[in-house]
Ligand binder design. Structure first.
Ligand code: TYD
Ligand code: MG
Length: 455
């Protein structure tokens, strides 16, 4: 076999492998254009990559015991919630996000918290110098014992030290900048990212180290490097937010040890990230009283209700095709709802520019906010405010019907807790006999909702 035979050509976007040079057929089919495959020398024989759990043979299921202390509470409540009640010993957690969003800050704070409960914790910085990390640590007021910092990009060197240091938790910042010297590809390439991920998985499982990896996100919104990394790790968290807003959301998109619906909310400030335990209050803090175009909806993220202010501005289009600009909600969904409003409620929006925004940099992802969007647009068009003490809920269908939403009671309780006194909800969804401390009005159609709130 020649050296050439040992090469494989790999797509840096999706990980597609081919024995020949050329472009990636998968990405071409998916509409990403012609992407050159990059030559990779085949990985050397993999020594020591045995079964990840380090157990020699099959065992009866009933003999396998779960130990309570296998889950470590970090003490950062919002993070623990997203992880499913704490980080599991021996698990591999990938934290993705845009550059500058605060991943290093989050993980340094996590490392400090873990160093208090299960020292020692090793923070491997492959991106910044020790001085840079120290500056951040000082800014965050971190001077914990049991927190070890190491600036190293060679993962083999890190592995060699693990027996000595015996960390209980490990942070690698970032997976795209560490490398294994035995592979010829550059750090950040698919081959390196995949092999480094696999090596860290083996170490995490074998030594029982709770391991966090930082991953950068590409412009397209996918974790840079191959998607194989997402398949490999136990948990994938995304750290999101607008860099010009203080609030940040940590969202689980995959979790082998918990639900993927939970979110954690943080606020970036002078002293680093602070937990936001009352996110609804945070989002509504600057709400204008009785302004046309502003409606509050109660959205549900996992088990957690979140009140958000939707804003719409409807203004006469000056010329040409009217504009539709949407921030924080799905563009196509908003267009659909405006069409419903035009057709079912007779509002001539086709000649109007429409802008929709979720205040405070928030984001709505569920159809339960539909009725809120419709009412915000109608309120702005009519220049009549929706009363300030009303919260609105309901999915809107194409015939203008208002459909039931899940978790109504939970959403209404949150609204009541924040001082809302009235709610407009889907008629079909009002559960008989539930006690919510709000005046609840059920509506079956968009027109009924318009009548109820905008006269
Ligand atoms: P960082 O954690 O370096 O982001 P990432 O690792 O995701 O690239 O954080 C970057 C931003 O956070 C930076 O613009 C400064 C800001 N920041 C604060 O506002 N307060 C703080 O206490 C810290 C440490 C950072
Ligand atoms: Mg960083």
């Amino acid at each position: 076999m020649t050296a050439r035979d040992a090469s494989v050509y790999r797509c840096q976007q999706c990980g597609y492998a081919s024995p020949k040079a050329g472009t990636c057929p998968d990405c071409l089919r998916a509409g990403a254009g012609y992407l050159q495959l990059v030559e990779e020398r085949a990985a050397p024989a993999r020594s020591g990559r045995g079964s990840p759990a380090g157990e020699g043979r099959p065992r009866p299921l009933r003999d396998i015991t779960l130990e309570q202390h296998d889950r470590i509470r970090t003490g950062i409540g919002e993070l623990d919630r997203v992880l499913g009640g704490g980080v599991v010993r021996g698990s591999l957690v990938l934290v993705g996000g845009d550059p500058g969003i605060g991943k290093s800050t989050l993980l340094l704070q996590t490392a400090r918290a873990l160093a208090r409960v299960t020292p020692p914790v090793l923070y491997v910085s492959a991106e910044e110098s020790a001085a840079q990390v120290k500056i951040r640590a000082e800014r965050l007021g971190i001077a914990a014992d049991g927190l070890l910092l190491w600036t190293e990009t060679d993962l083999a060197a890190v592995q060699a030290q693990l027996d000595d240091v015996k960390p209980r938790a490990l942070v690698v910042d970032s997976i795209q900048t560490v490398f294994l010297p035995e592979l010829e590809s550059a750090p950040g390439s698919v081959a390196q990212v995949r092999e480094c991920g696999a090596r860290l998985m083996m170490l995490a499982k074998g030594l029982g180290i709770a391991t966090f990896l930082v991953g950068h996100v590409t412009k397209e919104g996918a974790l840079a490097g191959p998607r194989v990394l997402e398949h490999l790790v136990d948990t994938v968290l995304y750290f999101e937010g607008e860099s010009h807003h203080a609030y940040r959301v940590l969202r689980a998109v995959k979790n082998r040890f918990g639900s993927t619906n939970e979110i954690g909310v943080f606020q970036m400030g002078e002293g680093g990230l602070a937990e936001v335990t009352n996110p609804s209050g945070f989002f509504l803090a600057e709400r204008p009283g009785d302004a046309p175009g502003s409606v509050v909806v109660s959205s549900l993220e996992g088990t957690r209700p979140l009140l958000l202010e939707l804003q719409a501005l409807v203004a006469r289009a000056s010329f040409g095709t009217p504009r539709r600009t949407v921030l924080g909600a799905d563009y196509n969904r908003v267009c659909l709802l405006l069409a419903v409003l035009e057709k079912r409620a007779g509002m001539p929006l086709a000649s109007q520019d429409v802008f929709v925004n979720v205040a405070g940099g928030g984001r709505v992802t569920e159809p339960a906010a539909d009725l809120g969007i419709v009412l915000a647009a109608a309120s702005s068009y009519l220049d009549r405010p929706v009363p300030g003490d009303v919260v609105v809920l309901g999915e809107v269908g194409l015939t203008g019907e208002v459909r039931a939403v899940a978790g109504l009671e939970l959403r209404l309780k949150e609204a009541a807790a924040l001082g809302f006194r009235r709610a407009v909800v889907p008629k079909s969804g009002v559960p008989a006999g539930t006690k919510v401390p709000l005046e609840v009005r059920g509506v079956a159609t968009v027109n009924e909702a318009l009548d109820a709130l905008l006269g």
